[in-house]
Design a protein. Structure first.
Length: 129
């Protein structure tokens, strides 16, 4: 079951690296420098932590086959335009999350995890391109 595999993956990431949010956002900002300015007031990283948490929750819901969560992400894409976040940043963010987690886990990243993440991200066709 993809949701269980991804949940296990999140646990392992937390054990190996603690909170992955700083590494994920560092990578996102390297790829999309304009996004960093949107978090300029977020000096303590609370908003970034919240965005990471809601994103993981949404991806986990998507892994259960819950089409509600896919719809929620599509709605948030549109809502976030008003916050200055371009819709395609969501795809970049999802891909960056997977890449950073794969790097953190190294040899512990299994083919089953890779397949589960790819199936979830495939619900957002641009996330894997
Ligand atoms: C399923 C995914 C997501 C959900 C459910 C979500 C939800 C939210 C909510 C409820 C807010 C507060 C709304 C408001 O201030 O009007 C917010 C703000 C924000 N989100 Fe997200 N978000 C998601 C993904 C993302 C992603 C991928 C990014 C970019 C990396 C992002 C960047 C932001 C920014 C910059 C703000 C404004 C922060 C501020 O006002 O200081 N969000 N989001």
């Amino acid at each position: 079951m993809d949701a269980e595999i991804i949940e296990k993956c999140l646990e392992l990431v937390a054990e190996r690296a603690g909170d992955p949010a700083p590494s994920v956002f560092q990578r996102l900002f390297a790829e999309n420098p304009e996004v960093e300015a949107l978090f300029v007031r977020d000096t303590a990283g609370l908003v970034r932590g919240e965005m990471m948490a809601v994103t993981l929750e949404a991806l986990l819901d998507c892994a259960t086959g819950d089409s509600y969560a896919v719809g929620l992400v599509e709605i948030e894409r549109v809502n976030h335009v008003g916050l200055g976040v371009a819709p395609e940043v969501f795809d970049t963010f999802f891909r960056v999350v997977m890449t950073v987690f794969r790097e953190i886990l190294g040899d512990e990243w299994t083919p089953a995890m890779d397949a589960a993440w790819r199936r979830v991200l495939a619900k957002f066709p641009h996330a894997l391109s």
